[in-house]
Design a protein around this ligand. Sequence first.
Ligand SMILES: [Zn+2]
Length: 255
Amino acid sequence: MGKSFSPTPDQFRQENGYEIDGVWYPRVTSIVGIKAKPALYRFYGEQPSFYAGQQVTERSAEEGTRIHEAAQAILLGEEPEVPNDIAPAIQAFRKFIERQPITTEAAHIERRIHHPEMRYAGTIDILGTMKGRVGVIDIKTSQAIYRDYNLQTSAYMEALLPDFPDLSTRWILRLDQLQFCQDCNSSRRVKGGREKIKKDYTSKVKSCGIHIWGPVTGIAQIKEFPDWKDDYAGFLAAKRLWEWENAELLESIGY
Ligand SMILES: [Zn+2]
């Protein structure tokens, strides 16, 4: 979203791939973008305009990037400056790694990966050891953990395996922040400047006239997805479809 519908070959090349050792590889996130995302259409449908939706999306992405950077710096033992607007999520992350330490190193964070044979590239958030196992840890700042993420991380797994034979699993670590109504337990989430309130249908208080919001609370949710072979088959199918969709541009850049 937000990109021009007919990029020049140069723009296409820049926006959708990486050049590694003189070879251009399409990037994993561009490839998985071929898959329809009903939740995204719903989101745009709720916005006052397409432009307003784009503004929220861009701002959310920027907040997400800052959360990534702070969490990654903390894993490397740094003390990054954490702006107030993301402090609760980062606090939740700190508590999480106290309970569940992650060991990693600088070369394993924001690591560029590529699969020469299957021809794709990407950048992983974290390759680390947790609970005694080596895995890919992908940070998300979304409101839920979506199954779609599995396509992306399966591609990372396959690209890393030759260099890291101990690699055995992958995790999604979701960092988010919410407020809860002290009366009816509805939740309020502000992301990209947009407020979203969700009712708690299990709450005994059916509706309260004016919510009484508690403090912004950080959330760190971890979910493991140990098996990736089926997801990888899905990823390769998505890649084939992506190549079909972009056949002309790919040909024009000599792919
Ligand atoms: Zn309420």
